[in-house]
Design a protein around this ligand. Structure first.
Ligand code: MG
Length: 384
């Protein structure tokens, strides 16, 4: 019986702390083309019909996974072990489905898996105990020994990639028989050692494992073709009324008036939220937070902006830069500009140089000039 899509589960091992790709976050939590590395393969496995998707994480990994996979349904996290082998087994044991179901085990650091790869693996698994994507070795192989270099035949040698496909019960049985303390370098090795037959499916250079900083450069280039840059603009105005402080771009400024509105009337945040929603074609702020809903009365507008940013992230995009212009005669904005930029950068998790706040008067003309109200406009650039 052949295995059709929807009759497999998947485990992504994201518990490693590999830092050869550079300092800071482990490579599975870094981004390629604005999307967290783990998310690339999680989306692909779910799109290919994975019935269950287990993300195996290390300590602190659950929160990182929840953030990276925001808006994606059909996955859950499992805590990994001290070694990759223990992490894989933790993932396999977290699957609730049939014991003999096909399972794909994948390294989080290989982002570019596709439905085509997965279908080919499941076909190759038919009648075998395991199936792996593999590429024949193309380079000449040298072995360095005490006497110098010798050339090794590459005849019959393959480079194994992931995802690798197995019957879950057979992979677990193979792991149970694996000698304690020996660390296999992939899961197929465990099945081979247990006497299982592992079939080869076509590998793909794009299933490359991100290991070194230059791998990320290549991954950016591979992903780059599919990305587009989008721009949105927003405008908002609120009327001045009696009060003692005003919220602008998330910063409270003491003033002899306040802006009147259903929420905190932060016109800067409202214009910026609309700009981001505009860039991703998600309507306007009123669609997401109706002013008729009492829930938003007096609300801090930070949450409107956070919501817009989360929609960008859910689409796999990233905000490139934003630029806000506040239009009023008073209060003086300049003394607060830096605090506003820092607040916006914090809400959007952007470097400060991608966040601009500017201000202008209208030289006494129009409603802002007459002091009837304050206006704000904003643009946002998004890459998806
Ligand atoms: Mg408004």
């Amino acid at each position: 019986m052949s295995i059709s899509s929807g009759h497999f589960s998947a485990v992504i091992v994201a518990a490693g702390g590999g830092t050869r790709a550079g300092p800071g976050l482990a490579k599975q939590w870094r981004t390629v083309a604005g999307k967290v590395v783990l998310r690339w393969s999680a989306e692909a496995l779910l799109a290919a019909g994975a019935r269950e998707l287990i993300i195996v994480v290390g300590e602190d990994g659950e929160a990182l996974a929840a953030q990276a996979l925001q808006g994606l349904d059909g996955w859950r996290a499992a805590r990994g072990g001290a070694t990759r082998a223990l992490s894989v087994q933790a993932g396999l044991n977290a699957i609730a489905g049939p014991a003999d179901e096909a399972v794909l085990v994948h390294d989080a650091a290989r982002p570019f898996v596709t439905t085509g790869h997965i279908d080919a693996l499941l076909r190759a698994l038919d009648g075998a105990d395991g199936a792996i994507p593999a590429l024949p070795v193309a380079d000449t192989l040298k072995r360095e020994g005490p006497g110098g270099l010798t050339t090794t035949s590459r005849e019959g040698l393959w480079r194994a990639q992931t995802p690798q496909a197995f019957r879950r019960d057979r992979l677990l049985a193979a792991y149970a028989a694996w000698p304690e303390g020996g660390e296999p370098t992939d899961d197929a090795q465990v099945v081979e050692a247990h006497g299982g037959r592992v079939a080869i499916a076509p590998g793909d250079p794009r299933l490359m494992k991100l290991t070194y900083p230059e791998d990320f450069d290549m991954a950016e280039r591979l992903a780059g073709g599919a990305r587009v840059t989008r721009m949105g603009q927003g405008f908002d105005a609120h009327r001045w009324g009696p009060g003692e402080a005003v919220w602008l771009c998330g910063v409270r400024i003491d003033h002899d008036q306040t802006l009147v509105g259903h929420s905190d009337a932060d016109a800067g945040l409202h214009a910026l939220t609309d700009a981001i929603l505009g860039a991703i074609g998600e309507g306007d702020i009123g669609d997401h937070f109706p002013p008729t809903d009492p829930k938003w009365k007096g609300a801090a507008s930070d949450l409107f902006l956070e919501h817009a940013a989360s929609l960008v992230a859910a689409k796999g995009g990233r905000i490139v830069n934003i630029d806000v212009t506040l239009i009023c005669e008073r209060p003086k904005i300049k003394p607060h500009r830096q605090a506003m930029r820092e607040r916006l950068a914090a809400i959007l998790r952007l470097p400060l140089d991608r966040v601009s706040v500017k201000a202008t008067t209208t030289e006494g003309m129009g409603f802002t000039g007459r002091g009837e109200g304050l206006a704000a406009q904003a643009v946002a650039v998004v890459e998806i």
